[in-house]
Design a protein around this ligand. Structure first.
Ligand code: ADP
Ligand code: ADP
Length: 225
């Protein structure tokens, strides 16, 4: 489903050009669960931004479900994101003053879905992540692990084939981390392709494949078995 070929990204700030990705190539098939690891500054966020259609490469191609999105304009990128990709972040990025039900329902407002259907879908997803009895609670009334469950439910609300998670357990203790990884395993078994950027060796080892990035290059592509 994902094929990147000789992907390059150069950030130009004034006179200075930073080559954040120096020509990366790989394929990720539907249903894989992949970790992307590497030291700070190696290009992981840049790669995630490209895979998530938040930005386009300076050179190289990115085929997502056989469609080349490497030269797409902002509207096309937004459409691909809304239809195919769910995002999970380290800091949860929830609306603090809204109920968790409203947090999960919100992306559907932009998709033009009617209120009754929105509530139904959001309720189902929150039930699936074990928060069906907390719908009216605000994010500050639940634990960190529960907040990340809300974020996962929100990422799923448009039924994306691809889930991109950037340090999803970075703010969680190890027990809660294990619960969130279990949830990702469950989603993976249901057919979602999952890509996780992580600093945690422990988390990376629980995926099927580890892509190691160093100085903007892919230095190791490791199958976990
Ligand atoms: P990582 O996520 O692995 O920490 P990044 O993708 O954030 O790495 O950064 C890769 C390189 O690109 C670093 O040298 C970083 O300073 C540089 N970089 C990232 N974003 C920008 C930007 N917007 N402008 C200029 N340089 C950037
Ligand atoms: P639209 O242009 O249709 O309003 P958005 O720009 O709001 O779309 O974003 C579409 C998707 O991309 C959302 O799921 C949102 O969470 C995600 N997104 C937007 N900006 C960022 C960002 N800077 N980093 C990570 N994800 C983002």
């Amino acid at each position: 489903m994902i094929e990147v070929v000789d992907l390059k990204k150069v950030y130009q700030s004034g006179e200075i050009a930073v080559e954040a990705l120096k020509g990366i190539s790989f394929k990720i098939e539907d249903g894989e669960m992949v970790a992307i690891v590497g030291p700070s500054g190696s290009g992981k966020s840049t790669l995630m931004n490209l895979l998530g259609c938040l930005d386009i490469p300076t050179a190289g191609s990115y085929l997502l479900d056989s469609k080349d999105v490497s030269k797409a304009d902002d509207n096309e990128l937004a459409e691909v994101r809304n239809n195919k990709i769910g995002f999970v972040f380290q800091k949860f990025n929830l609306l603090a003053r809204d109920s968790i039900l409203h947090n999960v329902e919100t992306p559907l407002i932009y998709a033009g879905i009617k209120k009754k259907e929105r509530i139904k879908r959001a309720t189902n997803l929150l039930t699936k992540v074990g928060l069906g009895d907390r719908l009216d609670h605000n994010p500050n009334e639940i634990s960190g692990g529960q907040r990340q469950r809300v974020a996962v439910a929100r990422a799923l609300v448009n039924n994306p084939s691809l889930i991109l998670a950037d340090e999803p357990t970075g703010n969680l203790d190890s027990k809660t981390e294990a619960e969130i990884i279990d949830l990702f395993h469950e989603l993976n078994q249901q057919g979602h392709t999952i890509i996780i950027v992580t600093h945690s060796e422990e988390v990376a080892r629980q995926t099927n494949r580890i892509i190691h990035i160093l100085d903007g290059e892919l230095v190791k592509d490791e199958v976990i078995g």
